[in-house]
Design a protein around this ligand. Structure first.
Ligand code: HSE
Length: 435
């Protein structure tokens, strides 16, 4: 029989409660699969009185996280309280005490993962974090186990449900960003402070962890190019659709000749791709490997029980591997074996682009623009002209380019922005073919 898992649970919010409820409901099935019982011994929360009525009376509910570290019977600490502190201190103390850790805390791992993974390696314990990326989708397991044979060249994902809900609703209703954000907050998708979700930071945290697992690189949030969706206009979503694309907030990492690309931004995805059909608060991740080629994973990226399901998968993994030698246990991302590369400069990114250029409607304007485009070695794929919503502006030129380099496009935009005939800010969006 495998080692019985005695859990100390830090946090009893949505995810903590979801984890507890599923553990209780499916107790014997989970024990059978894990080869050992998984039992919660203690819960630590900010307000113990609020949680005591929700759990079995045998479980000790207290308010000091040291109680988990100091309890010798606890062999796994599950951290689902979120935030950087005291989560970081708790996890490091648990590792030092020889306990395995399961966490859903993507911000913490993306910011402090190097320190935490190194401590875990030194101590010979696991830090498992399936719940930190894309909720119920077992994407960490996919990368670590299912695709272990592959050299991964690309991961692209819709890994923030809130922003995907906002973009899908903007597209289907034509409503503005601010209007739909308000609805997302009323429905409980978006937090009162939605910055992390809508500005791409949550996506970037998750992307960083996926890249670390796939490429064995250290975590370094300073290397991720991050753009969110708050600046998106309803008309760009409509024009993209007219051109055969849907706009999705993607986290993209590529293993290229010029380094590891890490970028989060809204992207035009061909409407024919499965990813384009991922709507509402759902998540999906495409992984491209040299042997498996493209595979797609879809599911709920958030929610109490979907995320609890991922936490428990890690607990089952720990039960199965707690007694095997350290060499046979899951590797930490930083030692996952792939020869890592330096991170790429964002300016070297190779992409196709969508440009919306507000211009006055008079002879020679298009010629001025196309001259600048050509001087920067950019090839135009298609151009359409639309009457501008703002009558003062005149007209808008919407241009799709062939594949080119980010730096060239940025230079061309700076030059076009200097033209007298350009009557406002040029909108740039990137296109991802996901071939
Ligand atoms: N806030 C996240 C989202 C869920 O909207 O997808 C937790 O990672």
């Amino acid at each position: 029989m495998a080692t019985p898992i005695k859990v100390g649970l830090a946090g009893f919010g949505n995810v903590g409660k979801g984890t507890y409820d599923v553990l209780q409901r499916n107790q014997s099935l989970i024990a059978q699969r894990a080869g050992a019982p998984i039992e919660v011994l203690r819960v630590v929360v900010r307000k113990a009185d609020r949680v005591k009525p929700l759990v079995d009376e045998k479980i000790k509910v207290t308010e000091d996280w040291h109680d988990l570290v100091n309890d010798p019977d606890i062999n796994v600490v599950v951290e689902v309280m979120g935030g950087i502190e005291p989560a970081r201190s708790l996890i490091l103390a648990a590792i030092n005490a020889g306990k395995h850790v399961v966490t859903a805390n993507k911000a913490l791992l993306a910011e402090h993962g190097n320190e935490i993974f190194a401590a875990a390696e030194k101590k010979g314990v696991n830090v498992a974090f399936e719940a930190a990326v894309a909720g119920s989708i077992p994407i960490i397991k996919v990368l670590r186990e299912g695709l272990a044979a592959n050299r991964v060249s690309m991961i692209a994902g819709i890994i923030n449900g809130t922003s995907n809900f906002i973009l899908s609703t903007m597209r289907s209703t034509g409503r503005s960003f601010d209007d739909v954000l308000k609805e997302a907050q009323e429905l409980g998708y978006a937090e009162a402070d939605p910055t992390f979700d809508i500005e791409g930071i949550d996506t970037a945290h998750k992307l960083m962890l996926l890249a670390a697992i796939a490429f064995g690189c250290p975590v370094d949030m300073g290397k991720v190019h991050i753009e969110g969706i708050s600046h998106l206009h309803a008309e760009d979503i409509a024009y993209a659709e007219e051109l055969g694309y849907r706009i999705k907030l993607l986290g993209i990492t590529k293993y290229t000749d010029w380094g590891i690309e890490l970028r989060v931004h809204p992207a035009l995805v061909p409407a024919t791709r499965l990813l384009a059909d991922v709507e509402g608060a759902m998540n999906a991740v495409v992984v491209k490997g040299d042997a498996a080629e493209s595979s797609l994973y879809y599911g709920k990226g958030a929610g109490a029980e979907p995320t609890g399901s991922a936490v428990i998968a890690d607990l089952v993994d720990i039960a199965r591997t707690a007694d095997v030698s350290i060499a046979q246990r899951p590797k930490m991302p930083t030692t996952s074996g792939r020869q890592s590369k330096p991170f790429a400069d964002f300016g070297d990114t190779v992409c196709s682009y969508y440009l919306r250029i507000p211009v006055s409607d008079r002879p020679g304007v298009l010629a001025d623009i196309t001259r600048i485009i050509a001087d920067n070695n950019i090839s135009i794929e298609s151009v359409i002209q639309k009457e501008a919503l703002d009558k003062e502006v005149g007209t808008e030129v919407i241009m799709m380019t062939h594949t080119t380099v980010e730096n060239s496009v940025q230079r061309a935009i700076r030059m076009m922005q200097e033209l007298k005939s350009v009557r406002g800010q040029i909108i740039l969006l990137r296109q991802e073919e996901l071939r």
